[in-house]
Design a protein around this ligand. Structure first.
Ligand code: ADP
Ligand code: MG
Length: 386
């Protein structure tokens, strides 16, 4: 049992005067490759990380959900019969939204008992590591067990996504929740966002002596939401002009036709999605055939495509990636929605600290904000801990 799990169990006992009936947890995630492809019904390859959100839960003899978090003093209560997106605000929507999504998807909660839920998270908020999916998935596995729902991990990921889209109001794809639910140690989750089929892919990082260095730029752009929506619009515009319902349907063979039919900017947006889908598939194949040391060029090409074609990177991220690669990283790319956030570098473990120092001093010399650097390990997805 981790120290986090036992501390949350103790925190629950101090707050509620009894031990929890169980403790569940789910991780944050990093996307190894496949950016902005999810809403174009393409491919992504994220993995679950070794930073988790824990939910300690006790059954009550009423029909009320009482939610608290070590992140805030606020405690929020809502009766199961009163669940609706309008009845939940702020952080508690990530928890209560999962219960609402279950009822909205037709699961019978008429005899479900009330619950006391205490959340504790070690996934940093807003660093692009999906603290939001980690809460949703920890709560989803807990409710699945305590309310005897017998849902599959993929079904629970879909429930988490419904909570995020319709209770919280963030228009995200299934990537985050699929990684958090389905992650495995030293594996990525290869997800087809059209069929929603997911497959574990061995990464072999440990046996190759490799690590993933996260370089959090600590840049949060005001335009992040506007930029994200704008890119979605460009993708829809490109697909409509080319007569397809999603960009997933295009391959690199269609790019000449796309270049003739589209304005220059829309063409570059389309080219990113088409080439990025191909890179995800190539990465999965290369990992299987040749191992992780062979995927560097794909990571670098993805970074260049996000920088030049999709234009979602910031100078801090571009310089961090270039410096990491110049100093011995196998490959480096931005990860997450863009306009700030984090990049990842695939690095030999024994070179990690030199690469990190080079990145920090390059950003300092350029007068840019100091990045926050740390490593993550591909880890197990959502589970019951006690
Ligand atoms: P990200 O998922 O990239 O970390 P989001 O904006 O999607 O960022 O989700 C962050 C939000 O999730 C926070 O603003 C907060 O509402 C909620 N959240 C994250 N961690 C916790 C926590 N430990 N307790 C309560 N709410 C949390
Ligand atoms: Mg999120």
């Amino acid at each position: 049992m981790s120290d986090q799990v036992s501390a949350v169990g103790d925190g629950f006992a101090a707050r509620h005067g009894r031990r929890p009936d169980g403790v569940w947890s789910a991780p944050g995630r990093v996307n190894l490759i496949g950016e902005h492809t999810d809403y174009n019904r393409g491919f992504v390859l994220p993995f679950a990380i070794d930073r988790r959100t824990v939910a300690a839960v006790g059954v009550c003899d009423d029909r009320v959900l009482r939610v608290s978090s070590t992140f805030t003093e606020e405690e929020v209560s809502l009766a199961i019969d009163d669940l609706s997106p309008g009845a939940m605000q702020g952080w508690s929507a990530y928890v209560l939204g999962v219960a609402w999504a279950l009822s909205d998807e037709g699961h019978d909660l008429s005899s479900a008992p009330g619950l006391d839920i205490l959340i504790d998270s070690r996934v940093p908020v807003g660093a692009g590591l999906s603290s939001s999916a980690a809460i949703e998935c920890a709560v989803a596995v807990a409710l699945n067990d305590l309310w005897d729902l017998n849902l599959s991990p993929l079904d629970l990921a879909r429930i988490g996504r419904i909570a995020e889209n319709r209770a919280v109001g963030a228009p995200t794809g299934l990537l985050d929740q699929a990684a958090s639910m389905l992650g495995r140690e030293d594996h990525g989750v290869f997800l087809d966002c059209d069929t929603e089929e997911a497959e574990p892919v061995a990464l072999h990082l440990r046996e190759e002596g490799l690590e993933i260095l996260v370089m959090d730029s600590r840049v949060e752009h005001e335009h992040a939401t506007g930029g994200y929506r704008d890119r979605r619009d460009s993708c829809e515009k490109g697909a409509a002009a080319l007569g397809v319902s999603t960009l997933r349907e295009l391959s690199e063979d269609d790019l000449d036709r796309a270049s003739a039919a589209l304005d220059e900017e829309t063409f570059r947006r389309v080219r990113h999605i088409v080439t990025e889908n191909a890179r995800v598939v190539d990465t999965v194949r290369t990992l299987g055939d040749s191992g992780p040391r062979a995927i560097g060029a794909l990571l670098d090409a993805s970074q260049a495509s996000m920088r030049d074609d999709f234009e979602i990177t910031v100078p801090e991220i571009d310089l961090a990636c270039a410096t990491a690669v110049e100093n011995g990283a196998i490959g480096a790319r931005m990860t997450g929605g863009g306009f700030g956030g984090s990049a990842i570098a695939l690095v030999p473990a024994d070179a990690r600290s030199d690469i990190g120092s080079a990145v920090t001093s390059a950003l300092a010399s350029a007068g840019l904000r100091e990045p926050h650097l740390f490593t993550v390990t591909p880890s197990e997805g959502a589970r019951r801990d006690i």
